[in-house]
Design a protein around this ligand. Structure first.
Ligand code: ADP
Ligand code: NA
Length: 392
């Protein structure tokens, strides 16, 4: 990939601490852990790692806490990116990715800790989790405007940082015609936040089926209640309330909702954001990808050659070679591989014809299948070379 282009990731960094226990601790109780392990996580760090594994040059814009811990996290993240040591297939285990994570935008927050997740894992499989936002909730010192470097072609965002930061970066990117934004609204903003969201600044919306339903519920609001679009209403209802696992029904409902949102989102936001200094009318298309776990992905996009390409299409999940081990960070793996894949398409004359775009998605899905077969989040991300080897 070209030395020039950068994928900017504005997001979170967490240290995930796992305590293996006989049972979850009850109030007033003290128990001994059988084992302790620690891993790097956080959606920003995961996405950065995945994009770098897929070959992109990544600038991670994030914060760590003070002291030795923060420094070592920063060092570890920026070390050469290695692929998964997949025990199911033979790989060169010391295989390094072509991409890298640049650390000059990783701030050290002097007022407290690096973001943390403290995870109790009981023998019966139950878990309980404490999240400390720590440095992820901090803001760069003011006054500042979020700077999107000139050579960034893609911007990845999720929601483990203050929402105002996300909005500021989306708007800044939209005012630069060459930046494609890729947004995963997880954890979900509130209904009112979603309804007022500047959707016209989002190039790609990446969600799972529940998130898709939540967004539709928030943005369609009363117009759904009026029942003007009965099938959309039923589909939203199904996605937001579903209890049973019915892959076919989920796919049908997600298709209806994704198509409705693809057309509605840019229009909704041009109404609610009339006062925005929106200078990029080309971005007024929101491409949607809905990841469906074992059922693969559903997508609705307008390609550069056909604005009419609003048909929903599906790709099945890549075949697993081994049983599922750990799905943590699979969605982030998808995000990173997608960003790197879109960067490559753009560098190759911007030709995003259907077969080429499908090629990108197939690599995302294969990377995800390798991720879920292996323990951990970032530790289970393959390099692009490993993905190509499996596809060969
Ligand atoms: P999220 O973690 O955001 O809910 P998903 O669970 O949809 O995301 O996972 C993202 C991708 O990981 C899926 O599109 C799929 O490729 C892969 N994946 C996740 N769960 C499974 C599974 N049970 N079997 C096969 N692939 C899976
Ligand atoms: Na994994």
């Amino acid at each position: 990939m070209s030395d020039e282009s950068i994928c900017l990731v504005r997001g979170s960094i967490n240290i995930d601490e796992f305590y293996d226990l006989p049972t979850i601790v009850r109030p007033g109780q003290t128990i001994s852990a059988r084992n302790f392990s620690k891993r790097l996580g956080g959606k920003g760090a995961n996405q950065a790692r995945a994009a770098a594994s897929a070959g992109a040059r990544v600038l991670l814009d994030a914060a760590v806490g003070q002291g030795v811990e923060g420094e070592s996290v920063k060092k570890e993240l920026c070390a050469a990116v290695k692929g998964v040591e997949d025990i199911g297939v033979t790989f060169e285990n010391d295989e390094k990715a072509e991409g890298s994570i640049l650390g000059e935008r990783i701030r050290v927050w002097s007022d407290g800790s690096t973001g943390k997740a403290i995870i109790q894992r009981a023998e019966d499989g139950e878990n309980s989790i404490i999240i400390l936002a720590g440095a992820n909730a901090s803001l760069p010192s003011k006054p500042y405007t979020p700077l999107i470097p000139q050579n960034s072609t893609h911007l990845l965002l999720a929601n483990e940082i203050p929402l105002d930061e996300t909005l500021a970066y989306l708007r800044a990117a939209a005012s630069q015609t060459n930046v494609t934004t890729i947004y995963n609204p997880s954890p979900m903003p509130t209904g009112p936040q979603l309804a007022a969201f500047p959707w016209n600044c989002v190039g790609w919306l990446i969600v799972n089926e529940g998130e898709l339903g939540d967004i539709a519920k928030a943005v369609f609001g009363e117009s759904l209640e009026e029942g003007s679009e009965g099938d959309v209403k039923d589909a939203v209802e199904y996605l937001t309330k579903k209890k049973e696992e019915d892959g076919k029904k989920t796919l049908e409902a997600a298709t209806v909702v994704a198509k409705a949102l693809h057309t509605a989102l840019p229009r909704l936001s041009s109404k609610s954001n009339d006062n925005d200094n929106k200078t990029n009318p080309d971005a007024a298309v929101v491409n949607i990808i809905c990841t469906l776990g074992a059922s693969g992905v559903l997508y609705v996009r307008s390609s550069s050659t056909s604005q009419a390409g609003t048909d929903a299409k599906c790709l099945p999940a890549a075949k697993l070679l081994r049983p599922i081990r750990d799905t943590t960070g699979a969605g982030d793996c998808f995000m990173g591989f997608l960003a790197a894949g879109l960067m490559r398409l753009r560098e190759e004359n911007g030709d995003d014809a259907e077969d080429r775009f499908e090629g990108v998605l197939k690599r995302c899905l294969t990377a995800c299948s390798m991720c879920v077969e292996n323990e951990g989040a970032q530790d289970s991300y393959p390099t692009m070379a490993q993905v190509e080897a499996r596809l060969a």
